[in-house]
Design a protein around this ligand. Sequence first.
Ligand code: ADP
Ligand code: MG
Length: 700
Amino acid sequence: MSVDILSLDIQYLKGVGPARARMLGKEINVHTLGDLLYYFPYKYIDRSRVHQVKDLHDDMPLVQLRGQILDFEKSGTGTKKHIKAFFSDGTGVVELIWFKGLTYVERTYKVNTPYLILGKPGRFGHRFSIPHPEIEKAEEADTHPTPLQPFYSMTEGMRRGGMTSRTIQKLIQTAFDTIAERINETLPDYLISYHRLTKLPEALFTVHFPEETKALPEARRRLKFEELFFLQLDILQRAAQHREAATGFVFAHVGQAFNDFYLHHLPFPLTTAQKRVVREIRNDLRTGRQMNRLLQGDVGSGKTVVALMCCLLAIDNDFQACLMAPTEILAEQHFATLTQMLQGTNIRVELLTGSVKGAKRRTVLQGVADGTVQILVGTHALIEPTVRFQNLGFVVIDEQHRFGVKQRATLWEKNTQPPHILVMTATPIPRTLAMTVYGDLDVSVIDELPPGRKPIHTQHYGERDTGHLYDGMRHELRLGRQVYVVYPLIEESQHSDLIALETGYRRLCEAFPEYKVGKVHGKMKPAEKDTAMQQFIRKDTQILVSTTVIEVGVNVPNASVMVIEEADRFGLSQLHQLRGRVGRGADQSYCLLVTHKPNLGDITRRRLGVMCETTDGFRIAEEDMKLRGPGDIEGTAQSGLPFKLRIANLVGDTVLMAEAREAAARVLKADPQHNLPQNEIIWQQMQRLKNGIVDYSAIS
Ligand code: ADP
Ligand code: MG
């Protein structure tokens, strides 16, 4: 392998040195020149565009102003301490405001010096204020190499060490001045021309120093493609290895347990989609390879019964099965559902959660160990080492997004061979994304709801509509239906949220004296929560006030109204999950979104609008990504990847991802032994990535 200039230690770059090198390594994982050049800007600002204070209005994104600081004002004490600067450009005055780094501000910024500032203005009384603006001396800003200024993520530590986004850009400039000619391509020519990609040195340069807006997207596409190509290559390789290596238990026949259930106990005919999925899984289980399958299906699509039938297949082949849920409430629900569906059969189902204690726990564990417990339902308590199965063959994981990859791995060790794994999720993610995030998981989709479901009516109520809201609830209660009222409960502000929930609870008790109101929230003891849930399930209570603990999986078909308080504080997918708690029977159900703010922002209004318009989970997920940006989903999705992505976006770049996946598949197919000369460059780069020389690290 030729000497790779990008693997040189960063400390030898002019302007770095040992101390800065240590900081770069520690703060942003930049150790080599390659790491630095692959430290991409997260945004660009067109600095040729300067606004005037008099033109500022509400809802403006980042703006740039040119002017001077007239005066500083310090106020507050302790944590409330802050500094204000009155900044004028001759057309008006804005307040700049800092709550952190006050010493630095005092030391650095001066009155009557021309500055260029950048920040997001917000109206504060009669004036605009800009919290924590980016500030640069005007004369320095005027020497920018290009008007499109890149911004690099900075950590607190780097800022304290006196580094700015500009410092990074300068270091990158120096790096280019020194080594530009010696940057090697990482992709073979035939891929570059086939996919019409920019060459690597040019792409790297452009992404840090975009001279014109036109070249930038092409440069970014090249770098994203490279990243996704190697990601897919790695994933496909692992998948191929896994297919070869992972022998799985053979579930050769369909027997008594499955057939008896199918013929005599199935409470409803399966939908076509359910049948297809059961068939897909059955086929998988006979092949002798270990199954890893993701089952996607919108809320209410009927995943549980599919899971149960797979468990029965395991039993027919003398294996045990288990079903793991993310919360106790859900585990209990599943246990209740399975027990009910299996009534009249002789299959033994048990529940194991943190609250199953003492003699009962010992009995269950004993039964699991001697094989008499055929299906074990529970929370992650199932993967504790004390739980020893006699012969575990099939594992269902419900609502995967709450389970870590590590926990999944633990399950593999529960038998001499890894059991088959079925992961069920209602989170609709695009197929390419699922294949990437879950690597070698196969995907099944239930894309059809059970017949007779009426789409849930969704309406938005403002603060003043409480009368109407209560009328709506009362109408349903009189019909013998039940109502959920959900309050937001966000970690940091738990206390005030809890008060809101308690107040709401009391108000409902007063407004509906003829009905019983229950409540469930995360601060209650598990036993209390359980009692409250059971009362609601048994219809002892008709209204259930709760937090999002009921978000996933809870199934009370008689509940027909879902009231969501402060709906503006929930994410779209959360609203969709919550709404999925009603409309589980054949009757018309309602979701009532309540907000209390006099003015809702545009985005909030759009989000609530989407909820009122559609009940299609995939459409909602799409809108969610559009409105919110893919950040969140991506954050959770990324944790499942072998490489951390630096420029490509799992959600936003699905088209390019599919292209890269195809390219990677073609390369693997044509060159299984890795010995074609034209691909040498690929395998070398792959090796470098794996060695962490270009430190994509975070390999799990
Ligand atoms: P999810 O996919 O959200 O986990 P569940 O498995 O909880 O959905 O099913 C939702 C509801 O639909 C349950 O009450 C279940 O009994 C019912 N159900 C499932 N499949 C069918 C079907 N084929 N026909 C009628 N009802 C069904
Ligand atoms: Mg479910």
